[in-house]
Structures are given as C-alpha cells and as structure tokens.
Design a protein around this ligand. Structure first.
Ligand code: NI
Length: 185
C-alpha cells in the first residue's frame, strides 16, 4: 500500500463504525504492515508533517485495528506498535485543547479537547492482551485513533470553526475561510 490507499473526507466510510477483529491471522498482519507502509509513504510526501498513527478504516478496511508510531520525536525511527480492538477503559484529568491533524483530512488542523491520561486495553498481533497507560501526546493519539474505529473524525469534535487552520506549503498555519470548513456527517 502507499499514500494513494489512504481515504479522505468526505468518504462516508470514515463516519462508519469498524468491526471487532475476532481472529488474528496472516491477513491481519499483512493489513498492519500495509498500513505502516502507507503512513510512511504519506509522511515522505509531506514536508512539514509527521505520520503518527493510522486506523484501518483510513485505508478502507472496516476493522478495529490501529498502528501507532513508537517514537513521535524521531522521524528516522520508523517502528510502530499495532493495537487490535483498542478500547479506552479509563480517562483521567481535565481535557485540554491542542492542535491535531489527520492523514484523512488534508492540510487541515484543529484544536480538539482530549484527556491528558487514558488507560487502553487491546490485543497485539500475537493475540495477547496489552494494557497501556498513555499520557500527553500518546494519550491524544489513542483517543484520535479509537475515535476513527467508531466513525468519528477529529473535525467532528471541533466546536468552533475558528479553531480550524490550514497548513500552508511553507509549514505555517493560516485561518480557515468559513466556506471551506469541513462538514460534519
Ligand atoms: Ni486521523
């Protein structure tokens, strides 16, 4: 897979719930590998952006599987972790707003409220249960990706069009013209 396999809004699939994965096999592993390849290919095409994570729905597969970068600070580190049927079991702290982007929402960033700490349970590619306590940016990424598995795109959580920005080719953000505001489903 490459960046062309990544679907973008308003593709209706992005507003559908994905299905739980009941059986992990070679096709599951292949899907994860394909998603990682697509994310890295996308990143290589985007001078000012970082491919932090991807949910299977973003390559049109309605399965509850997400891949998350292991190191958000080092583009040279291209390793990812795979989370199958991920669920937030506990969210803690006062939600805070930070700018967020998405591979399925081209050039648009928006301020979204997210919890600073979440406990996540999931399965790994071997089918073993994993539990992660995530804080900071990783907590935000889990909330964003698990939203994808539930058919929610970050722009659906932006409560004011003034909180949306366009990433320009020089890497700077500009205010979004109200007429180009992405529509909710
Ligand atoms: Ni996204």
């Amino acid at each position: 897979m490459n960046l062309d396999d990544i679907i973008t809004i308003p593709d209706p699939k992005l507003r559908e719930r994905s299905k739980r994965i009941g059986h992990i096999d070679e096709s599951t592993r292949r899907m994860a590998r394909d998603m990682i390849a697509a994310t890295l290919d996308w990143e290589a095409s985007r001078e000012h952006e970082f491919g932090a994570a991807l949910a299977a729905v973003q390559v049109g597969q309605m399965d509850r599987l997400v891949v998350i970068r292991d190191d958000f600070d080092d583009k040279a580190n291209k390793s990812f972790s795979v989370f199958i049927n991920p669920e937030i079991v506990k969210a803690e702290g006062e939600p805070t707003e930070e700018l967020e982007g998405c591979l399925s929402v081209k050039d648009i960033y928006g301020s979204v409220n997210r919890y600073p700490k979440v406990k996540v349970k999931a399965l790994n590619l071997d089918g073993q249960p994993v539990r992660v306590t995530a804080t900071g940016f990783l907590a935000r990424v889990f909330q964003h990706e698990i939203d994808h598995t539930n058919g929610i795109v970050f722009v659906d959580r932006v409560d004011n069009p003034r909180k949306l920005f366009r990433l320009e080719s020089d890497g700077k953000f500009t205010a979004l013209n109200p007429t180009e505001t992405p529509t909710k489903s």
